[in-house]
Design a protein around this ligand. Structure first.
Ligand code: ADP
Ligand code: ASP
Ligand code: MG
Length: 402
């Protein structure tokens, strides 16, 4: 059997945890399996590196930032190979260049295009455990790229797909996927199973337990995932196409604080304004999420929208450059907002789910700034300070607790 096992930062945060992970992988190896291990950087090392960069240059170039960040994963894989060696098992660490994990060129947010499997196969054939750096790739200029925060999950799933692995296990610091972030909602319940579609929505809407592109890839290539803890032997959560349990109205609640709301005020009320504005943002590589346009009055209108908070400076610059061309009177920006979402395939055939969420927020005295919906989710934009209260209240009102 070929097994891919991915361990996140907390799972390899120090010497003891590294030894613990090494032993866990060796167990699989000694049972006769081929084992590929994908690692994140140790603990909060990626944040530490970003802070270091910003102390030297508040606006570091994306190429150099990726060059720096990829050292985090390189440290953990090398240490893991040494740990396995000391435990008497042959292992080899490989970075993205050595495997050859080819990505698009977008530094900081690259997508995997192709993975060369020869080197890995060769090492597995010589009965080594292969330890691969998560989160990183190489682009057509032979430069290092990174896949976006949390991207090691995607490395693991991509390797599992490319090598037709029998199992892909994502080990983390919680026991599985819960109905909400268990750090915020104490009564959150662990799910035995969840569908790719629901997991994809939860991940995209802020449930950081899995990188959303890893779920996208898993669905595309039919890779069944297991999310479980590296600190105990609990069974974890299976992510797959279909689940046996009856679909709940709402299966989970997620929150995302990486949000900024921007309002462009007093635009001329004529065709083409939205196009020009969002085209300027697209050209600056900024993903726009929720959009709200006010009804025009006195020949002007306002457009509000949300973007990832870490793109705020870039977005404001792109809009300021266009302010005169758009004839906008003012550009307002609020960074202390957050999105709270409910997700569930069951809501497709049940009216009133959104109303129930709004009622619950009203009862908790939480003001809604913006709303967006799809067939299987409802998202509201609220003040960041209200997130914990909102998540707990919504979680309870849909009966999700343990
Ligand atoms: P790793 O370093 O192992 O990749 P992450 O921090 O990326 O770990 O992801 C695990 C964290 O995701 C948990 O500690 C938890 O706080 C958070 N999380 C958010 N939403 C959920 C959820 N629905 N179920 C489980 N964990 C969640
Ligand atoms: N080390 C990277 C991060 O902190 C990638 C990952 O952990 O998945 O975002
Ligand atoms: Mg993660």
């Amino acid at each position: 059997m070929l097994v891919v096992k991915k361990f996140g930062g907390t799972s390899v945060a120090d010497k003891d945890r590294i030894m613990n992970v090494a032993r866990r992988c060796i167990r699989d190896y000694q049972a006769g399996n081929d084992v590929i291990v994908v690692l994140s950087a140790m603990g909060k090392q990626t944040d530490v590196l970003i802070d270091m960069a910003k102390e030297i240059n508040p606006n570091p170039g994306r190429r150099e930032l990726d060059m720096l960040l990829t050292t985090g994963e390189q440290t953990s894989v090398a240490l893991m190979a040494m740990a396995m060696d000391v435990l008497g098992v042959p292992a080899v660490s490989l970075n993205a260049y050595q495997v050859a994990m080819h990505t698009t060129s977008a530094y900081g947010n690259a997508r995997l295009k192709r993975i060369d499997t020869e080197r890995i196969r060769h090492e597995l054939d010589s009965r080594k455990i292969v330890i691969v750096t998560g989160f990183q790739g190489v682009n057509k200029y032979d430069d290092y790229t990174t896949l976006g925060r949390g991207g090691s999950d995607t490395t693991a799933v991509a390797l599992a797909a490319a090598l037709h692995a029998d199992k892909c296990e994502i080990y983390t610091d919680v026991d599985g996927v819960y109905t909400a972030d268990p750090r915020i909602v104490k009564k959150a319940r662990k799910m035995k199973e969840i569908t790719y579609d629901e997991m994809l929505d939860l991940a995209t809407l802020g449930a950081g337990v899995l990188h959303n592109r890893s779920v996208e890839l898993a669905k595309k290539y039919g890779v069944q995932l297991v999310v479980r803890s590296s600190l105990n032997e609990e069974e974890g959560t299976v992510v797959k196409e279909d689940v046996k349990v009856e679909r709940m109205l709402v299966s989970g609640v997620a929150a995302d604080k990486n949000v900024t709301r921007i309002s462009v005020v007093g635009l001329q009320d004529k065709p083409g304004m939205a196009f020009r504005m969002f085209d300027a943002l697209a050209k600056a590589n900024i993903n726009v999420d929720m959009i709200l346009q006010s009804i025009g009055r006195d020949n002007t209108k306002d457009i509000s929208f949300t973007i990832p908070r870490d793109m705020t400076d870039d977005a404001l610059k792109a809009l300021e450059d266009k302010k005169d061309a758009l004839g906008a009177q003012d550009i307002k920006c609020k960074t202390t907002v957050a999105k709270v979402s409910i997700v569930g395939a069951g809501m497709m055939s049940n009216p009133g789910v959104a109303a129930k969420m709004f009622e619950c927020l009203y009862n908790s005295n939480i003001n809604i700034n913006m709303i967006s919906t799809s067939e299987i989710r409802v998202t509201v934009l609220i003040d960041e300070a209200d997130v914990e209260k909102a998540m707990n209240a919504v979680h309870e009102s849909f009966g999700l607790e343990d």
